[in-house]
Ligand binder design. Structure first.
Ligand code: DON
Length: 304
């Protein structure tokens, strides 16, 4: 498949749809981003690359890191993980509190903020140096030793993290947070602050397109069965209350972040990352979704 040619063509079609939406201003540092940025990078499991625009510029991956923290927690805890967090789509915004009281502090899935906070709590219980161990895991998965946290963004979010504080306090009251709340929140804000380029992001997620095995190093990151389940969770929960719409339009498992990044995988084929900072009203990249919609239409391949 001539991915470079297709990406170019899709980008030409994309112009007609404009660059609508707003940046995530609730995290002060994220609002400083240049809204005209746009990058795409596709990596195939055979190590072919196709790129467009600002694909080599770092951006804040935000909630996209929740898939990697889920991967590590699932690897450690196995099926016991599902005693603490569900696998159902929430149908609510990523930071919603409404279901959590009704569900007695058990988040619907690991990709909403409440679920990701529980995953952070589990990792803190098991890892001797959570921040160091987690970044080492991301570097192993991606094969990129320079991937790192951004202290400036983590601190910026910490200064306004009231909703996440509310979510974790509510879960603590139900006994579903075992560690100190401030320690868990600090770890969570750091995970969200990780920066990557589109190229690095597409490489990081390639193991999920390759049944749990990193195609470069041949290392088993996670079992085939767990890889299937993580992809199923991305498909159903990766875009929160827009997960149905993303499935309907794009037809691939994927994950978004409020930094404007989206990563999606096609099993046995490729991983593709798109970055465009302006978000729609659901908090997902407006242009990123539009691009992937046109891209899978043009390639005529999705998982369906
Ligand atoms: O906790 C937050 O609100 C952010 N650090 C992450 C939210 C996010 O990326 C949601 N994704 N679209």
């Amino acid at each position: 498949m001539k991915y470079n040619k297709i990406i170019k063509k899709v980008n030409n079609e994309l112009v007609a749809f404009g660059n609508l939406g707003n940046v995530a201003s609730y995290i002060p540092e994220l609002s400083a981003v240049n809204t005209s940025k746009f990058g795409v990078h596709l990596t195939t499991i055979a190590n072919q690359h196709a790129s467009f625009g600002d694909a080599d510029e770092k951006f804040s991956i935000q909630s996209i890191s929740k898939v990697i923290s889920l991967t590590l927690a699932y690897k450690i805890e196995g099926e016991n993980l599902w005693d603490r967090v569900g696998v159902e789509p929430s149908g609510t915004p990523f930071n919603s509190l409404v279901q959590l009281e009704h569900d007695l502090g058990i988040p619907r899935n690991p990709l909403i903020n409440a679920g990701a906070l529980v995953i952070c709590d589990i990792l803190i219980t098991h890892l001797s140096s959570p921040k160091e161990d987690f970044i080492a895991f991301i570097r192993q998965v991606s094969g990129i030793p320079t991937i790192d946290y951004c202290n400036r963004i983590a601190e910026s979010e910490k200064s306004v993290g009231y909703k996440n504080a509310a979510l974790i306090n509510l879960m603590k009251s139900f006994g579903n947070i075992k560690n100190d709340i401030d320690v868990v929140l600090d770890f969570y804000f750091n995970l969200c602050s990780i920066e990557m380029t589109c190229k690095e992001l597409s490489q990081t997620f390639l193991f999920l397109a390759n049944y749990g095995v990193c195609p470069f190093s041949k290392e088993i990151i996670i079992s085939r069965s767990k890889s299937k389940r993580i992809n199923a969770i991305m498909q159903l929960c990766g875009f929160y209350d827009e997960a149905g719409e993303f499935s309907f339009k794009v037809g691939l498992p994927g994950k978004s972040g409020v930094g404007g990044g989206i990563v999606a995988i096609h099993p046995n084929k490729y991983s593709i990352a798109v970055w465009s900072p302006k978000l729609n009203e659901k908090g997902n990249s407006y242009k990123g979704i539009k691009f992937l919609d046109l891209f899978t239409t043009e390639t005529k391949f999705s998982i369906f």
